[in-house]
Design a protein around this ligand. Structure first.
Ligand SMILES: [Zn+2]
Length: 449
């Protein structure tokens, strides 16, 4: 039994004082508020529940910063994708485990305690199925095990190169399955899940999946999360309209039975009718503001979506920069730049933008990954402590504490992170961070040599 005591803890979307959490078997066994610290308590200052990162491609961390050079006047998402395909051409399962572990260690260090891995790199470099079809899923499970981060594995079904079952490109050969092959992959993946990992299903996008295949996937996975990329790109929206007469999110809402199980990743390009419909569906919009800015995707209509009470989570997607607070900050800043106004994602009832964003991302992220979060009895003991001596918190009060973390703190604001009750980050650094980084450096240097 571990016993932690905090001056302040974020419980049910507000601060409680003098809080003791007891932890047993990785879960919160008791929550007491207004109690003095005892001799057996490990004392800390500020306690937050860990956030869920709803969307990651772990291996892409290894190419972060390699695609910022202008190579032609119309560099965009599609030219970035060509660079990404060339990078992943050579990756072995060992490489994927090393790179993904580095990404996951960084996630924990910045306050994410669980990751939804949108996993599409299944096959060997020639595109052949490994002897164990879930070899690569095993590499991701190993990265979760090495770092301790909670895992929601989202095996991706990918069969086509564009709408209307267009043939895939050679660069997509490592992603491809038919429904039978994918069913075998799902079966082989389940025994590899570490700890309290869970599994969902991820039709890659309406570009990569036909309506019949989408229906078959939902039958293969009748419960648990369903994630899909949707409306990230203007060209994708135009291609979808040409194919079906409907926009991607509109098509999904009309035809796919979108509900609370679903997480529509990006949903960047929504029209005025799609915004309230997506909000009313109960699904989560999986927003990845840092990657969306990096790739030049566009700006999600968050002001309108929040007004419709839509649910969202945040994801680090390409892992160009891994930082939970930065995702929330980038989301708010994108709206300020677009609307030339401030504190747009706060509300009358919740007037502090950072606190409001954190609370909503906490709930939406957990829903998207099919798990429970928050500091409550029975929940996983996924806990983040802040270093109140960090200059960003000087003279802090309850009202502005989360705003200061999200908008005003550079690295160093997070002190410790416990995941399933085990302290994985201490003094801001993953306890195995040196070994994980050493393996990562050796791996990437070899790949880029
Ligand atoms: Zn993605």
């Amino acid at each position: 039994m571990v016993s932690l005591w905090f001056e302040r803890a974020w419980i049910d979307d507000r601060w409680e004082r003098k809080v003791r959490l007891r932890i047993a078997d990785g879960r919160i066994a008791s929550v007491e508020t207004g109690v003095a610290a005892g001799a057996g308590d490990e004392r800390h200052r500020v306690c937050l529940p860990g956030l869920c990162n709803v969307h990651s491609h772990g291996f892409q961390r290894g190419m972060a910063g390699l695609s910022e050079r202008r190579s032609r006047p119309d560099d965009n998402f599609w030219s970035w994708r060509e660079i990404m395909y060339r990078f992943l051409d050579r990756l072995t399962p060992e490489d994927v485990a090393s790179i993904t572990a580095q990404a996951y260690a960084e996630m924990l260090e910045t306050g994410f305690t669980r990751v939804g891995e949108f996993h599409y790199l299944h096959h060997d470099p020639a595109g052949a199925v490994y002897a164990d079809p879930a070899e690569m899923a095993g590499a991701i499970a190993a990265a979760s095990d090495t770092t301790g981060i909670g895992l929601t594995l989202l095996p991706v079904f990918y069969a086509h190169g564009n709408f209307g079952a267009a043939p895939p490109s050679p660069g997509q050969r490592r992603f491809l399955n038919d429904i039978d092959g994918f069913a075998a992959l799902l079966d082989a993946s389940r025994p590899k899940l570490p700890g309290d990992a869970n599994i969902g299903v991820a039709p890659h996008s309406l570009r990569a999946v036909t309506p019949d295949e989408l229906a078959a996937l939902l039958q293969l996975s009748p419960a648990g999360p369903v994630h899909i990329h949707a409306a990230e790109q203007v060209k994708e929206v135009a291609d979808c309209v040409a194919w079906s007469g409907a926009r991607p999110v509109e098509w999904l809402l009309d035809n796919a039975g979108v509900d609370e199980r679903w997480c529509l990743i990006h949903s960047t390009h929504l029209d005025d009718r799609e915004v309230p419909r997506l909000a009313a569906s109960g699904a989560v919009a999986g927003l990845c503001p840092v990657t969306e800015a990096n790739l030049g995707d566009g700006i999600f209509p968050a002001v309108e979506y929040f007004a419709a009470n839509g649910r969202f989570g945040v994801g680090t997607d390409s892992n160009i920069l891994v930082d939970a607070a930065q995702e929330l900050r980038a989301l708010e800043y994108s709206q300020r730049l677009a609307h030339r106004a401030r504190a747009l994602l706060a509300s009358e009832a919740a007037p502090f933008a950072g606190a409001h964003l954190f609370a909503r991302a906490l709930h939406g992220g957990a829903q998207a990954l099919g798990v429970r979060t928050g500091l409550a009895v029975g929940n996983p003991a996924d806990i983040v402590s802040l270093d109140l001596d960090h200059p960003a918190f000087a003279g802090t009060d309850d009202a502005t504490l989360l705003d200061r973390w999200i908008f005003a703190a550079r690295a160093g604001a997070i002190d410790c992170v416990w995941r399933a009750g085990i302290k994985r980050v201490a003094a801001g650094r993953h306890v195995d961070g040196d070994a994980i980084a050493q393996a990562y450096r050796a791996c990437v240097a070899r790949i880029l040599a």
